[in-house]
Design a protein around this ligand. Sequence first.
Ligand SMILES: [Zn+2]
Length: 57
Amino acid sequence: METINKKIDEEFSVCDTCGYDRGFHVSFVKEGGGFQAVLICPECGQRFRVGWATPLG
Ligand SMILES: [Zn+2]
């Protein structure tokens, strides 16, 4: 499944793909010198790249 680039306005808690509305799981994907947070819908597995970078690790 393709990761969707998502720009969050005020709140992002509903999956654009399936409508699940109780929030997301989070995963961190290594990229460059740090990690990018990726939100994953617990219902359908859709991945959303939200542009949160963290220097974890
Ligand atoms: Zn979903």
